[in-house]
Design a protein. Structure first.
Length: 267
């Protein structure tokens, strides 16, 4: 397998989003303090651990990907070795920061590996594992200063938004997952059309609560949160139209806009 394949296994955009989440967590926790070397270590660590999680997921999902005709389907053992190496390097990069950052890096790595390797029959719980991993990027950034208070509500918002996106992704993959995984869309059917908007509303409610409590400030924040809310609404409507792929793409862009909102809320 050539180098481009190894890079594509990481899903670089998702890795960059994780790194940006670390940056946002640091910025919110420190009130916009000047970035330092420890932040660079944390961002690099998050990038590699996210990439490792994506790669190991492809390894364990090779049968499903092949069934769905996805180009990335590849059960080769070297993919597993590659992902384990990335996890290890990501954890090593976290070690100079502090013990809290190291503990987060180890915990998230273990959760992501467990999600792919052992949660095939409990994907409805795995959604929350992945969502927690996303939310933990904010805590990872905050761990550099040790000031976690300001990022609790933003992290909660990220948790609910990402859980909604994971459920939408499961809706998209129902045909390939059937008989291998047990997902929420299989269990509740059209009930996902109630669950997904409820999670989006929870995400927006926590984001607004952060503003109401004075944790986030300024017109940029509200404007960007409203923009994220609109993208989440479009995601839900696309899901109603059975356009799951487009729905999860809108969800991803909404999450990026929400991260920008958290950054704008300290300006």
């Amino acid at each position: 397998m050539d180098a481009n394949k190894y890079v594509s296994l990481l899903r670089p955009l998702n890795c960059f989003i994780s790194s940006f989440g670390v940056f946002v967590g640091f910025a919110v926790a420190t009130g916009g303090q000047v970035p330092n070397a420890m932040l660079l270590f944390a961002m690099a660590s998050a990038f590699l651990i996210t990439g490792a999680g994506n790669a190991v997921n492809d390894y364990y999902d090779s049968e499903i990907d092949a069934r769905l005709g996805k180009a990335r389907a590849n059960p080769a053992k070297n993919i597993l070795i590659y992902s384990l190496a990335l996890f290890a390097i990501g954890i090593i990069l976290a070690s100079p920061i502090n013990t809290q950052a190291l503990a987060i890096a180890i915990a998230v790595s273990m959760l992501l590996f467990a999600y792919s390797a052992w949660m095939q029959n409990y994907k409805f719980l795995g959604n929350w594992v992945v969502a927690l991993g996303t939310a933990m990027t904010l805590f990872f950034g905050a761990s550099i200063s040790g000031n976690y208070g300001p990022i609790i509500l933003p992290a909660g918002s990220a948790l609910f938004a990402n859980a909604a996106r994971e459920i939408i992704k499961d809706k998209e993959d129902v045909a390939g997952d059937r008989g291998i995984k047990k997902t929420l869309p299989m269990m509740v059917g059209k009930g996902v059309l109630i669950i997904v908007p409820a999670l989006y509303l929870a995400a927006i409610a926590l984001a607004i609560a952060a503003w109401a409590l004075g944790i986030m400030k300024g017109p940029y924040y509200i404007a960007l949160v409203l923009g994220a809310g609109f993208l989440f609404y479009r995601s839900w409507k696309l899901l109603e139209e059975e356009k799951a792929h487009e729905a999860q793409e809108h969800s991803k862009y909404g999450m990026i806009l929400a991260l920008l909102a958290f950054l704008g809320g300290i300006l």
